[in-house]
Design a protein around this ligand. Structure first.
Ligand SMILES: [Zn+2]
Length: 234
């Protein structure tokens, strides 16, 4: 069995693990202009992993988690807020940077990210912790680094050194996150050989392109740029 990674547009991904688990990352499906129609209603979900609380990442989390009763792994403050929205109050699902959660053989470690995190509700911004990335290790040891929304930062080299991810999912859209120039340096610091760019093309402001990243990326790094709805098999 392999790991299947399906881009659902923006920063939303569906990961089907070798052990048969279905993981949703930042499931912004309804309202996401690039999410394929066929992906708007998940058939099943065993785990949701969130990078931060902004609505273009939180997306359909509450509805999916309530429908399937699946765990939602997020930083403590965001996960605490979710428990006020009807999700279970489960400390095993509320993690912080450096911490690892093992959900039946799928391991998730929260990592640093450079961004903000809040929820705009009832006319005010509510604190949702910090924006994070994470390393997801599936049952056979394959590791996916999800950078979340961030600029490049030097400690990405620590993520590379400690976790040695097999593929890195990094934002390239610019404006709210890094663009291709910083993303190219991120790939160098991470020392990865494969990259899946995200957080681009959703809205006109997110103008970074995989083509530009290919021009700037370190030699030998493969830039895999699926279309929304397309599946990569590792
Ligand atoms: Zn975002």
């Amino acid at each position: 069995m392999a790991t299947e990674l399906t881009w659902l547009g923006h920063s939303a991904f569906r990961i089907d693990t070798p052990g048969g688990k279905r993981v949703y990352v930042d499931p912004f499906l309804n309202g996401n202009p690039t999410c394929p129609e066929s992906e708007l209603e998940p058939e099943r979900c065993d785990l949701i992993a969130l990078t931060h609380g902004h609505d273009d990442h939180l997306g359909d989390t509450v509805a999916i988690a309530q429908k399937f009763g699946c765990p939602v792994i997020a930083q403590v403050e965001l996960r605490g807020w979710l428990s006020t929205m009807g999700l279970s109050q489960d400390p095993t699902q509320a993690v912080n940077k450096g911490g690892t959660v093992d959900v039946e053989g799928v391991k998730l470690t929260l990592t640093h990210g450079n961004h903000s995190s809040s929820l705009f509700r009832d006319g005010v911004f509510q604190y949702a912790g910090e924006s994070c990335g994470f390393v997801l290790e599936v049952e056979d040891g394959f590791k996916i680094y999800v950078a979340g929304d961030t600029n490049v930062f030097g400690d990405m080299s620590l993520i590379g050194r400690i976790y040695a991810p097999d593929v890195a999912i990094v934002p390239i859209g610019d404006h709210y996150t890094m663009g291709p120039g910083e993303a190219a340096v991120a790939l160098e610091l991470l020392g990865v050989s494969r990259c899946v760019p995200c957080h681009y093309g959703t809205f006109p402001l997110l103008h970074g392109t995989p083509e530009r990243l290919r021009e700037l990326a370190p030699a030998g790094v493969e830039i895999l740029a699926p279309e929304p709805g397309e599946t990569l098999t590792f």
